[in-house]
Design a protein around this ligand. Structure first.
Ligand code: PMV
Length: 321
């Protein structure tokens, strides 16, 4: 039996603008998905999920029509099924497997839950079946799975989950991994799912309508991200916070905020944060705050109807436990 865990991620700066080639910075967080994998005597694949959107399921490849779960819930299973297939295809063997999967990450919350499930599944199986794959190769396989399931995807989530640490993302450039800064953060979850595809589409429409305005805003996000990177290196909390607040103002102006997120962002600031902003696509999902008053800020988030997620930035990518 092998157990692997892979982290989720947050965006510190640059989401949405990154879709148009501007830089962004993400970082792995110590909220993880654990996959416990073992071989079984028969040829069935059994998946036992905890905190995912479907119940336990048993199937064999070629027999998928037997699935009897609603389409919406099927998506979570698809990341796992395609990850298993990627590894079994490499082994060219028909074997039975049992996978127990447990995630600490909210689904569609902007914290990279699908990437962490995919990376942890691939990593646990490559260990179980003795395949020689580096973390980068695991990240690439997981990216292929995400693209396959979603139609398109950013390589950021799978890369960050596989390697850990801070990721600098820039279109058509290799992703760069740096050390995660030791800065105190709190995540606030709205308890609403975030629809990345829809929000990216809405931003595209706004950009088509007002190209000069939106391009200027994205250019400013680029400057914020570049300054933000330096502030992160220096662990200058005040500057990181200020830049997050400015980045948030721009995210608000391109229409990816909503009332619940906005309330969490403002209560976090008012209860003693250096800065706070949406993380990821917005329109629900999560916000982040940089704060040394973690108790006060998480209480304020809870009182405002959100879920406070206490975590740390981490250098640990996918690993065997
Ligand atoms: O909410 P997430 O984790 O799916 O992040 C979306 C980030 C965007 O920049 C809005 C889209 C993207 O593909 O980069």
């Amino acid at each position: 039996m092998i157990k692997a865990t892979a982290p989720g991620k947050i965006y510190l700066f640059g989401e949405h603008a990154v879709v148009y080639g501007y830089p962004a910075i993400a970082c792995a967080i110590n909220k993880r998905t654990e996959v416990e994998a073992e071989k079984t005597r028969n040829k069935d694949i059994t998946i036992i999920p905890k905190n995912l959107s479907f119940k336990s399921i048993k199937f064999s490849f070629g027999d998928e029509n037997r699935y009897n779960i609603p389409k919406k819930e099927l998506k979570s299973l698809e990341y796992i099924r395609k990850s298993i297939k990627k590894i079994l295809d490499k082994k060219d063997q028909k074997i039975g497997l049992k996978l127990k999967i447990n995630s600490e990450l909210p689904i569609s919350g902007g914290l990279g839950s699908s990437a962490s499930v995919t990376v942890a599944t691939i990593f646990s199986l490559k260990e179980l079946l003795d395949l020689d794959l580096s973390r980068r190769e695991v990240a690439n396989l997981a990216y292929e799975v995400e693209k396959d399931v979603q139609g398109n995807a950013s390589p950021c989530d799978t890369f960050t989950s596989a390697l850990g640490g801070l990721t600098k993302v820039e279109k058509n450039k290799e992703l760069i991994k740096n050390k995660a800064p030791a800065i105190p953060i709190i995540i606030g979850y709205t308890n609403q799912q975030s629809n990345t595809t829809k929000l990216v589409e809405e931003v595209k429409e706004l950009k088509n309508k007002y190209p000069t305005i939106i391009n200027n805003l994205f250019n400013n996000i680029k400057k914020i991200t570049e300054k933000g990177q330096k502030a992160l290196e220096k662990k200058n909390l005040e500057e990181i916070g200020n830049l997050m607040n400015i980045n948030q103002g721009i995210l608000d102006s391109i229409g990816v905020n909503n009332l619940k997120l906005s309330k969490l962002i403002y209560v976090a600031r008012e209860s003693g944060s250096y800065g706070s902003k949406i993380t990821g696509a917005g329109g629900g999902g999560c916000m982040i705050a940089i704060t040394e008053n973690k108790e006060k800020v998480s209480n304020a988030i809870k009182v405002t109807g959100g879920k406070a997620i206490k975590t740390k930035l981490t250098n640990e990518g996918v690993k065997i436990t």
